[in-house]
Design a protein around this ligand. Sequence first.
Ligand code: ADP
Length: 394
Amino acid sequence: MNDDETLPAPRPASGDGRSGITARLAAVIDALPQAVIVLDTIGDCRSNEPAQRIFGPLPVAMPASPVDGLCTHLHMRCADRDVPIAPADHPCSRALRGEECSRDVIVREHRSGEELMLRCHAQPLHEDQRIVGVVVCNVDISDLRRSTAKLRRINQDLEQFAAIASHDLQEPLRIVRSYLGLLDFRQSIRGDEVARRHLAYAEESAARLQRMLANLLDITRISRQGLKRVRFNAGAAVAEALESLGQTVIESGATVSVPELPEVYADRSFLVILLRNLIANALKYRHPDRPCRIAIDAWKGANDETVFSVSDSGIGIAPEHREIIFAAFQRLPNAAPGNGLGLDICRRIVERHGGSIWVDSTLGVGSTFKFIIPGAQEDGPLEHPPHSNGRPPP
Ligand code: ADP
């Protein structure tokens, strides 16, 4: 049995009575939940029920310039600026020029007048390598848009709360620490060693809390503050990060090698925080039985991106831990004092730039943290960067 025996022969689509769009294709279009319009260059137009609900009845035969006619009929406006889409930029016109075009648009629903946000996907219809029409498929994303806006507001409120809390809690904590210092001084005069030991515990906890608040404040700044990307030499950021670690580098006896580094296009203050956290960890997780060696390098990759690496000769990280260490408050059993926020901050900074971060490591031998900062031409919508989660890029 061949196909001709199992399937009825194509009939003209109901309603248009013209050739071009077959009955079978029409039935498929009618069955789709998305608002679909198919128009061919001789003017045959087929739209399904969801399309007619949104755009109103569409003529089954478009006049002389069918695609222009369809553009006028659809009344689409730009989603970001709420102005009519210019005819040449209209998804249907672009599809007719052979482009596959996907964009969000605003329309007013035909009967209710309600404003809808549609994700409009238009593409050319080819026959014998000629464009013979366009197919436009619209998905109503109004609910998604409302939920996204609501989530964004909730997120902003939470970020604001975290920013205010982590900032304002620092002041009383500073006062607590200074009084602990005064009490310690008095107890040292009295010679009460037990009281001094208790005060030392209290001071240690207060210092830890202060570091945690400073880290939380960094996190809120990374997500709230606009990126100030400029071009600068990566070596200058490394030097600044090393300087901010001050005595720690000297006390650890570490040797740090930094060759000549290329330019990077990044937010300088964020890049310094990122490098400082990675170098601080290389010092903190050094191997007890061998000298601490740190090698920092950077080089240019494709499309002006800059790849950084920070290698150490430290204790290393087991394969099963190489991803979770980039999540907030994740610390390994052998962790030195800390709060588990350092690598989370690094990941957020890299992702804010649209890049990714990961680690290569051999347990007991050392680790190499690598991250990519995309170049200037990849400056896209950085508000929703991909999640690297410590995975190397594909
Ligand atoms: P913290 O150091 O405050 O615990 P981080 O987020 O900076 O938090 O690091 C998370 C965990 O990753 C650490 O607890 C540690 O176990 C591991 N780690 C980070 N950097 C290194 C490194 N260079 N060598 C070995 N382990 C590391």
